[in-house]
Design a protein around this ligand. Sequence first.
Ligand code: ZN
Length: 165
Amino acid sequence: MRIAKNSVVAFHYRVATADGEKVDESAGEPLTYLHGNAQIVPGLEEAMIGKQAGDKIRAEVTPEKAYGAHDKDLDLRVPLDAFPEDARDKLEPGFQFMADHPSQEGAQVQYTVHKRDGDEVLISGNHPLAGQTLIFDVEVVTVRAATPEELSHGHAHGPGGHHHH
Ligand code: ZN
């Protein structure tokens, strides 16, 4: 069968940036998802439509259909003393925390520390892959119809899917 809304799809993938830098890949068992439920990035989900088991796909996905454009208003330089004293030791590159959005009232953003620069800390609320065009190399392994239980939960069950039952 071909991939359409409410197909359960298992696939192997490798994803890299447009510069060829490897981002991620399926290791061992394939990733399983319920098609049409926004469980994979929109651009990849579009590329999967109509494909079937055994198909190999190369999809080039723009930032708008992956992790969003880079928003420079979310790249911030913050004085170290704006952080609670007991948190300052943790502010190493890669450390992540939730805090208020700089301009959208009530919104929270996950920030990543990029760098300590003297008395300041450079942080970014952009997704690490924001602004990146991504190249997905995909091999579709299986395609089947979702069970009524999967449809009511809104996700795939079984190997590579959710394991909460
Ligand atoms: Zn479930």
